[in-house]
Ligand binder design. Structure first.
Ligand SMILES: [Zn+2]
Length: 234
């Protein structure tokens, strides 16, 4: 069968399970992202791809893509449709929880999914120069970096990293002595941290211009390490 592009693949998505045998469906869904398909994709379509990927992950039905074929297909160029800013937490690898493969997404990972100048520069490359249509900031439950920030943990260079999360705690309406033993507080700070990162990215000049042109969207999401489910923040 002919190789389908991303748009055709998306069009097939809803009916594919009925219309195509499993192997053919997997082949279509595993078609690599190209400059043409990336350019034709809207930010909302990119978001839908990530949502569908997490649905497959949740259902225990990830795509079984031929990764070596994808390596060959991306050897000359890459055109990922999205970028993800995630934590280094071993339970939240973006490619797995979004069921994405070679050449699909840029992934910037740093403890507590914070945004500093280097992460921002990476995202400017991913979007303005490499064409990604969506930036997803992906926080998660039970985040050790968030807990450390709440408790004021200090260790080498980690101290400075956690200081980037502290303002998210201070912006919350919270009375009392903050403690990482307060599970509800940990979750609230983690969500606030994601929302603050999204706002920070939306203010950045290079990204702002792409957003204003309708070329880019920045969204926040929270991953639940107990279930694998990703909830998108409104
Ligand atoms: Zn974390």
């Amino acid at each position: 069968m002919p190789v389908l592009n991303r748009r055709q693949t998306l069009g097939l998505a809803s009916a594919a399970c009925l219309a195509l045998p499993g192997a053919a469906w997997a082949q279509a869904a595993c078609a690599i992202s190209t400059a043409a398909t990336q350019g034709a994709m809207t930010p909302d379509a990119a978001l839908k791809r990530l949502q569908e990927g997490n649905a497959r992950f949740m259902a225990g039905a990830p795509l079984n893509c031929d990764l070596r074929q994808q390596v060959r297909g991306t050897a000359q160029a890459q055109a990922p449709f999205a970028a993800v800013v995630g934590c280094i937490d071993s339970r939240v690898p973006p490619e797995l929880v979004f069921d994405q493969h070679i050449g699909d997404i840029f992934a910037a990972r740093v403890a507590g999914n914070i945004v500093n100048d280097d992460i921002l520069g990476s995202l400017e490359f991913a979007t303005r120069l490499a064409g990604a249509r969506l930036i997803a900031v992906l926080g998660h439950s039970e985040c050790g970096a968030v807990k450390g920030a709440i408790d004021g943990a200090q260790l080498g260079h980690l101290t400075g990293l956690l200081a980037r999360i502290r303002p998210s705690l201070q912006r919350l309406d919270y009375s009392g002595v903050p403690s990482s033993k307060d599970a509800a507080l940990v979750q609230r700070v983690a969500e606030r941290n994601v929302r603050d990162a999204v706002a920070q990215l939306e203010r950045a000049e290079v990204l702002r211009a792409l957003i204003d042109q309708g070329q880019l969207k920045v969204v926040g999401a929270m991953h639940d390490v107990a279930t694998g489910r990703i909830v998108w923040l409104a």
